[in-house]
Design a protein around this ligand. Structure first.
Ligand code: ADP
Ligand code: TYD
Length: 212
C-alpha cells in the first residue's frame, strides 16, 4: 500500500478567513508535489442538504436534532464510498477540510449540553482524528465587519453576541481536548499572505515533518 494522505482541518468563526486560507494552502501543497483535495462541512450530501436548509431558515429543527444531523453528516463525509475522506486518504490524497467536530463543540454547545455533543461525535473522533486542526482566530468584531461587507441584511447585535460565544466555545473545547488533539491557533487579523506563510510552515513542519 502507498503512503496515506494527511487530514488537515480548518476551524474559525464565520468570516474568519478559513476558505481563503484553505485555497492558498492547497495551492502551496500542490507546488510541493503533495496531492491534495479541499472539502467542507456541512457537506452537500444527503444529510448535508437538510442542514443547508436548516441553516438558511427554509426548514425548522430543534437544536438537538440539528446537532445530531451534523454528526450524521460528518460520518457520511468520513465513510461514504464515492467521495468520502477515508477513501481519499487511503488513495494517498491529503484532505483539507473546512470545519469538523470542533465546529459542533463550539456552535452546537451554545444550545445543547457540550458533553452530549462531544459524546455524539466520539465515533467520528475515533475513526478519523485530524493530523492538525488550524484555528484561524479573529475577534467577533473583525468577523462581523468582514461578513457585513459581503451581505445585505444582517442582525448585527445578535450575530455579534453569538459569534463571541462561539469563539469562547472553541477556546474552552481546545483546552479540554489539548492532550488528544493537535491544535494550532493562528492570528487571523493579519494580511492574507502573512497568515498563509505561517500556516504553510506549521503544516510542513508538524504534519509532514519537513523543516522549512
Ligand atoms: P470564512 O471561510 O472563514 O467564512 P472567508 O475566507 O470567506 O472566511 O473570508 C471572509 C471575508 O473576509 C471575505 O470577503 C475575504 O475576502 C475576507 N478576508 C479573508 N481573509 C482576510 C484577511 N486576512 N484580511 C482581510 N480580509 C480577509
Ligand atoms: P460555513 O459554510 O463554513 O460558513 P462560513 O463560511 O461562514 O464559515 O458553515 C456554515 C455554518 O454551519 C456556520 O455558521 C457554522 C455551522 N456549523 C455548525 O453549527 N456545526 C457544525 O458542526 C458545522 C460543521 C458547521
Amino acid at each position: 500500500m502507498g503512503n496515506l494522505g494527511k487530514f488537515i482541518v480548518f476551524e474559525g468563526i464565520d468570516g474568519s478567513g478559513k476558505s481563503t486560507q484553505i485555497k492558498l494552502l492547497c495551492e502551496n501543497l500542490k507546488k510541493r508535489g503533495i496531492l491534495c483535495r479541499q472539502t467542507l462541512e456541512p457537506t452537500y450530501g444527503m444529510v448535508g442538504g437538510v442542514l443547508h436548509d436548516i441553516l438558511s431558515g427554509d426548514k425548522k429543527a430543534d437544536p438537538k436534532v440539528t446537532a445530531a444531523l451534523f454528526v450524521a453528516d460528518r460520518l457520511d463525509h468520513i465513510l461514504n464510498n464515492d467521495d468520502g475522506i477515508l477513501k481519499s486518504i487511503n488513495d494517498g490524497v491529503t484532505v483539507i477540510c473546512d470545519r469538523y467536530y470542533f465546529s459542533s463543540y463550539a456552535y452546537q454547545s451554545v444550545e445543547v449540553p457540550r458533553e452530549w455533543v462531544i459524546g455524539a461525535n466520539r465515533l467520528a473522533a475515533e475513526t478519523l482524528r485530524p493530523d492538525a486542526t488550524i484555528f484561524v482566530d479573529v475577534s467577533a468584531d473583525t468577523a462581523m465587519e468582514r461578513i457585513s461587507k459581503n451581505r445585505d441584511n444582517i442582525e448585527l447585535y445578535e450575530s455579534f453576541e453569538r459569534l463571541s460565544k462561539v469563539r469562547e466555545g472553541y477556546f474552552s473545547a481546545f483546552e479540554l481536548m489539548k492532550d488528544e488533539e493537535k491544535i494550532f491557533v493562528v492570528d487571523g487579523n493579519r494580511p492574507v499572505e502573512k497568515i498563509a506563510e505561517e500556516i504553510e510552515k506549521i503544516v510542513m513542519e508538524k504534519v509532514f515533518s519537513k523543516d522549512l
